[in-house]
Design a protein around this ligand. Structure first.
Ligand code: FES
Ligand SMILES: [Fe+2]
Length: 424
């Protein structure tokens, strides 16, 4: 639909331009038109650094210095364990071609993730148990194994056993590295973290429209949030914050110091939200249903009504299903991955019906990003309150905390002191 529309537009405009401007000028305009076409269709990539969003920059300090200061002086509160058990997204599948390997950070660990030539994905500890070289920096994929760049030891991705030491007569039994359960689904690579190293207890559902390419990739955003991981999903059960933080128009931006500006008063968002945990066997899932509407000069503008069902699967993955009366259906995969105890990498990737022009999902992703950055600003500066002062209308927050506690177990690591080195 989109291509047909643009072709028709081109077919009408180009002869018109040729008549009005002459052939030479048209030749000059053609590259511009091609660039416009490319810009309109290419996926949106919005990657924000850890200090770029969510802080009020202090006088005489750079953004990075401000972010470090805020992280140092912030009181953390009595935190739950810092790494919940579950699946976490570590890479987009497209970034891991056959034979490629990448270094990723997960739950305070460094992993080497690689894809064999026949397409399988493995994850092992990044540091070689021999003398500690990083396997993902200069290593190579050989069959199912990863070969260390330092002395050439090879480790099998399946069970971590060393299969070859190029200069030794015999490979000792104890020569092994740690492997991590991983999977490649919905065009993303996920790794399973469990503090007791137990095997996965649930699977990530496949989104068939993505696999079958009925919904296509239209872009992604990436942010770093300096907060405990649980603060992020808890937002879904914190219904009262929507009317304050997310009511001002997206035109007023993501910096909450400016969203109350009266210039944008004429345009507001309203939200109707409900959050519920799912029953067995999907106790690791919960659902938030959202009805979004927009008011322009106090009048309901139904073209901007969007229904969203946000299904949280485990501690760090949310499937945000969008449906709109005219603009079709699509999904944002929202993934939170703990990098350090109080540093989360959050990505939003959008897939949308093929026949809907790319600018529509790109706009939805932008709007989501603006709203999300408002939350980031709160999270980056807040304290975790373990015994919050709640009123009856906040009850979903307490229910969410009970639900989320299933992802912690007796040995889940805790942050016992505030490190001085919480800088990046
Ligand atoms: S450090 Fe890896 S083989 Fe020696
Ligand atoms: Fe929010």
């Amino acid at each position: 639909m989109e291509s047909v529309f643009l072709l028709l537009l081109g077919g009408l405009l180009l002869p018109l331009a040729a008549g009005l401007l002459g052939g030479r000028l048209l030749l000059l305009l053609l590259p511009l038109a091609c660039w416009g076409w490319w810009a309109l269709n290419r996926p949106l990539e919005l990657l924000r650094g850890p200090d770029e969003v969510g802080y009020i920059q202090e006088r005489g300090r750079s953004r990075a210095q401000t972010a470090n200061m805020v992280r140092r002086r912030r009181r953390t509160g009595e935190l739950p364990p810092v790494y919940p058990n579950g699946w976490y997204q570590v890479l987009d599948s497209a970034l891991l071609r056959p034979g490629a390997l990448r270094n990723v950070s997960l739950c305070g660990e460094q992993l080497a993730v690689y894809r064999t030539l026949d397409g399988r994905v493995f994850a092992v500890d990044a540091y070689c148990p021999h003398l500690g070289a990083n396997l993902a920096v200069g290593g190579r994929v050989v069959g199912d194994c990863i070969e260390c760049p330092f002395h050439g030891w090879r480790f099998c991705g399946e069970d971590g056993r060393c299969t070859r030491i190029p200069y030794a007569e015999k490979v000792p039994e104890f020569a092994k590295t740690r492997t991590w359960p991983c999977c490649d689904i919905n065009r993303m690579v996920f790794v399973w973290y469990h503090c007791d190293r137990t095997e996965p207890t649930w699977r990530i559902p496949e989104q068939e429209e993505i696999t079958a390419e009925q919904w296509i990739y239209r872009g992604r955003t990436e942010h770093y949030v300096s907060a405990h991981i649980e603060e992020i999903p808890e937002n879904a059960a914190d219904i009262a914050h929507l009317a304050v933080l997310h009511e001002p128009s997206i035109l007023s931006g993501g910096d909450i110091c400016y969203t109350k500006s009266r210039i944008w008063d004429f345009f507001t968002h309203t939200w109707k939200v409900q959050w519920e945990p799912e029953a067995a066997p999907n106790k690791h899932c919960s659902q938030m249903s959202v009805q979004h509407a927009s008011l322009i000069f106090g009048k309901h503008f139904s073209l901007l009504d969007v229904d969203v069902v946000a299904r949280q699967v485990g501690p760090g993955i949310v499937f945000l299903h969008f449906s709109h009366a005219f603009l079709g259906r699509g999904i944002i995969l929202h993934c939170v991955t703990p990098v350090e105890p109080l540093l989360q990498r959050v990505s939003h990737s959008i897939y949308y019906q093929k026949n809907i022009p790319a600018f529509i999902p790109k706009f939805i992703l932008r709007a989501e990003c603006i709203q999300f950055e408002r939350d980031v600003m709160v999270w980056n500066n807040k304290k975790y309150i373990s015994k919050p002062l709640l009123v009856k209308e906040d009850s979903a927050i307490q229910r969410h905390r009970r639900w989320y506690s299933q992802f912690y177990s007796a040995n889940s690591p805790r942050l016992t002191f505030q490190e001085d080195g919480l800088s990046w």
